[in-house]
Design a protein around this ligand. Sequence first.
Ligand SMILES: Nc1ncnc2c1ncn2[C@@H]1O[C@H](COP(=O)(O)OP(=O)(O)O)[C@@H](O)[C@H]1O
Ligand SMILES: Nc1ccn([C@H]2C[C@H](O)[C@@H](COP(=O)(O)OP(=O)(O)O)O2)c(=O)n1
Length: 238
Amino acid sequence: MTRETEPLTIAIDGPSGSGKSSVSKAVAGRLGIGYLDTGAMYRALTWWCVDRAIDLGDHAAVAIAAADLPLELSADPEAQRVVVAGTDVTAEIRSTAISAEVSKVATNTAVRPILQQAQRDRMAAITAETGGVVAEGRDITTVVAPDALVRLLLTASEDARLRRRSAEVHGSADEHAIAATRDQVLRRDRDDSAVSQFTVAADGVVTVDTSDLDFDESVEAVLAVVASVAGHASTDAP
Ligand SMILES: Nc1ncnc2c1ncn2[C@@H]1O[C@H](COP(=O)(O)OP(=O)(O)O)[C@@H](O)[C@H]1O
Ligand SMILES: Nc1ccn([C@H]2C[C@H](O)[C@@H](COP(=O)(O)OP(=O)(O)O)O2)c(=O)n1
């Protein structure tokens, strides 16, 4: 298979607020391939455990819930929908309450191999359906899909990440809003770093620093890496 005909698997990792989800969705849309938000799977499992009153500190019980998680996740980058046991939790899994708890689930080492295998299976199914996939998270370039055709680490300064998340969640990037965002960005990254390496690019992984790029420039920078590594051009003009 030549690089042009090889399935277009793109793995993107990075810390909170680096732009992984929004940039990955736009890149998948421009390339006409599917999208997998692996963080949404950790969030959906957290929601499911809270809903069923499973103690997040009970590692074995959370792992059993992970193996049985009745999750439906859309692959369409323009219409993301997360459904657990028939309940649409697309918005709720982004709530501050779930953001505050999700690292307890993501750092459970009995849970990770279960979700990582589910993510590999999902990547294969999306690739079979659309010819490729953009999968993003914390360990996609290193553990879930180290053989992906294109592997990228999206980074941004702490300041830029706090400002972005603050504007997104609180509609403002003033001092108070930023202070209220620190837990969901910095504390969570610190906790999540215990189980994944997503601040330094692994061998063969290309770093794209978006600190001084706006959103559209970030999308173009990622598409340029895809074109240089895989020889794929995007299908639409911006
Ligand atoms: N390069 C960028 N410049 C400015 N804002 C950005 C950029 N990339 C993403 N954003 C915005 O920052 C917020 C967080 O981005 P998101 O994609 O959710 O990050 P992550 O998935 O890495 O946590 C979103 O509101 C998004 O639109
Ligand atoms: N592959 C992944 C994806 C996410 N996680 C963890 C890290 C985060 O705390 C949660 C939620 O991830 P998500 O990507 O939604 O978080 P952000 O949008 O970057 O704030 O899951 C992980 O450990 N491994």
